[in-house]
Design a protein around this ligand. Sequence first.
Ligand SMILES: [Cu+2]
Length: 656
Amino acid sequence: MRKTRFTSLAVLWLSSALAWAAPLGTATAQATHPMDALTADEITRTVEILRQARHVQKGARFPMITLQEMEKAAVRAWKPGDPITRRAFVNVMQRKRLFEAEVDLTAGTVARWSELKNTQANLLMTEIFNATDIVKKDKGWQNAMRKRGITDFSTILCNPLAVGHMTVPGFEGHRLLNVPCFQASGVKNNMFARPIEGLMATVDLHDAKVLKLHDLGVVPVPTDNPIYDIASVTKHRKPLEPVSITAAGRNFTFNNGQLNWDLWSAHVRLDRRAGLIVSNITYNDAGKVRDVAYQLHASEMYVPYMDPSVTWSFKSYMDAGEYGLGLLASPLTPGVDCPKDALFVTGTLHDDDGKPMPMDRTICIFERATGDPLWRHYEFFTQNYEGRAEIDLVVRSAAVIGNYDYIIDYVFNAKGEINVRVGATGIDAVKGVTAQTIADASAGNDTKYGTLIAPGLSGIAHDHYVGFRLDMDVDGPENSFVDVRMPSIRLPEGNSRRSLWIAQPTVMSTEGAVMGESHQSFWKFTNPNRTNAMGNPTSYVLLPGHSARSILSPDDPPQARAAFSGELLWLTARKPEERWAAGDYSNQSQPGEGLPKYISDKQPIENTDLVGWYTVGFRHVTRAEDWPVMPTLWHSFTLRPTNFFDRNPGLDVQVK
Ligand SMILES: [Cu+2]
């Protein structure tokens, strides 16, 4: 059985107890690199130090225990064997209060402890579980279920959801989840197919009670029960002969987080909020180790839905800040999610009590023959051929945020490129409606905001915006950003041509969004102090794939909370504390946090350490083919060397 988010969380929850008794493999290892995730021992010690300092009392909960990175200059100067200063960043919830702390693990002290005015940390696993129990015990909810002919509540599964921007008077300051439920009797791998539509409880997590029950009237529970395991798909096709990716040997090494492959080197860790964090990316250019990027990671994931009813309009998730792309990373299956001979890595996170929690098989790393030429030329006149086969290296994780599965890949190749890919699969969020086909009388109303993707189920239209933080260091931290526009110019009379286009560079001088359309620009991170053999500044171009920006009104509350999605690319002067595109605390956040604040002081960004914030965005008009499980939709962007090398860096590629 494919696990829903809640059963998989339950498994994690149970496994945390095991982790405490018998920490696994790398979970107990000492940190050997400044960018290593906190080890199991370090997580345990962090909590001990806070307890000894009497900051933390019994019953405290830990929404966040994560690595507080060393200063960039210190990390860049660090060599293997050098001492490492280890610090943890911590959020502590005690009753209704929220604290932020920094624990110095090297000194064994609390370096910082402060109470926050904001009380909304990211969601805890226990809160998500408890919300269902709170709802099921509520008399009003029970009556509403009986009104729908449902008396056996054991067959009901609920899906507690982040509430987004809370505008209901009297609810301010409460810690909330919105809880719709599903008839799950007989459901195997799609609990979302049978929504009990029009009924939703708003739960106060601190006071453990239903604050408000929204009952918009009875909608029949859809009868579609899309079980899609292979045994249940009755007319499945003849099995194919296996086609697999296998490597004769492994050309990469991975020790703790340190990855080396061919001429690439990078550090990889799993973070509770960001998911994969890839740091210190360098390329060995003929014996000279050159910086490409200091750090790349997802910064926020914003998913607004387009239905105005009270049980849907709040849906405007910020999955990284509300839940955590690392926390919800699911185990990867060999032979399906990654090739069989991939390296599967266990990440280490923590549970709500601050105990270490191994995240088994949540990262995979593998080499892949793409089947494409890295480059080729057949010389027609001499009938001479030269070419090389392409092999790339993939670092992958997959987060399951309720119904959706998001695969995030960092792909390195011999062209000197890094390709960042987002694959969306899993299950559409569907609304129960009365229309069974588009010929039914209610169909017009039922599909105003979505597509009838199965009888009685409307897949509500929505967007996905995955904001990435790109701390580029092209040949070192001092970089500039050049927006190369390509205006079409008219040629004078007498020329056989009437027009052509030219590349016109503009160096961005201050922080802000990069305006204009990506397909009419060439976006370049450049080092104005370094040149290649021809004297051109060494650069990496950010090549967008298909990407959509949000078209919601800036004053729409969800949009105002996730303003980063209104532009494809933003630039800021690097500040280590500016890490999250929609702000530090995006659960129940207020408008204006994150990038709008980061750029408000209009810092200069020329020939300095700058950060790019690029959003992979796509609009999702749902379709029948999404059901009962979506074929993976990939969107990506590429970081491509441009005059970084002196010539094609893959000329000398050889495969034994
Ligand atoms: Cu979608």
